[in-house]
Design a protein around this ligand. Structure first.
Ligand code: ZN
Length: 248
């Protein structure tokens, strides 16, 4: 009898414990139910651009791309180690104070969290499992509060400058992560925009670094790989093109 009770208890635990574990990881940073994004990049791309204005010299333009950019390659040990050596977001050049809008419907999950991109940042969780992260903001976000529901296109923040001068490098850093912040995804494949045209103008270097031992890898904006935060470096190759400045 005792034996049967013990077996019953073990079976019960075997059923309950994995469910408790599953429950543990189903909460996102908003404290709501989080889910993982789809395995494949959804078509059509579910998100919009982070501005309501058209691109232009007085509004905004695409700065640094996502992925193995030449700039990220050179600074892979300095700024981008946490992102496997890649630029794990998109940079949009914009004057300080440019209105930044939510790229999709969602819930504000974090304001000025420890996810970097100083001086101020904002995270929005979306119901499709993605989270959008807006960095180098001008000031602490007051337009929205943590827990607030926002709509795509709603102004949520003002863009700033990573050097906090508003003339050094004023730009918005935008990331798309999963709800649990394990991975960063390629925003070019998730935001519905004419990326080829946007890439024609910009203030940063547009190109991607090439590994001369495998020069066809990651050639275009859309081919740039996902990033696993804290994962091994993806671009620690000895023969880059263009060559590293000052080294050869
Ligand atoms: Zn950036």
């Amino acid at each position: 009898m005792k034996y049967k009770l013990l077996i019953g208890l073990v079976v019960l635990l075997a059923v309950i414990v994995p469910q408790m574990r599953a429950q543990e990881v189903t909460y996102n940073h908003a404290g709501g139910a989080g889910i993982n994004p789809p395995e494949q990049y959804p078509e059509p791309p579910p998100f919009g651009l982070p501005f309501n204005t058209l691109p232009g010299p007085t509004t905004w333009s695409l700065g640094q791309g996502y992925g193995n950019t030449v700039g990220a390659y050179f600074l892979r040990d300095v700024f981008y180690r946490a992102g496997q050596g890649l630029h794990f977001g998109l940079d949009f050049s914009a004057p300080c104070g440019t209105e930044v809008v939510a790229i999709g419907d969602g819930v504000v999950s974090e304001i000025d969290s420890s996810h970097g991109s100083a001086p101020h940042n904002l995270m929005i969780d979306h119901a499709n499992g993605y989270s959008s992260f807006y960095g180098h903001l001008l000031e602490r976000v007051t337009l929205v509060q943590v827990g607030q529901t926002v709509k795509q296109g709603q102004t949520v923040a003002l863009s700033g400058d990573s050097f906090e001068t508003c003339h050094s490098a004023p730009h918005l850093h935008l990331e798309i992560r999963d709800n649990f912040h394990v991975r960063a995804y390629n925003p070019v494949r998730l935001i519905n925009a004419d990326w080829e045209s946007l890439a024609l103008v910009g203030s940063f270097e547009q190109g991607f670094s090439r590994d001369l031992a495998d020069p066809r890898r990651w050639q275009t904006m859309k081919e740039q790989p996902d990033v696993v935060f804290g994962g091994p470096m993806l671009n620690d190759y000895p023969n880059p093109w263009p060559p590293q400045r000052g080294r050869r």
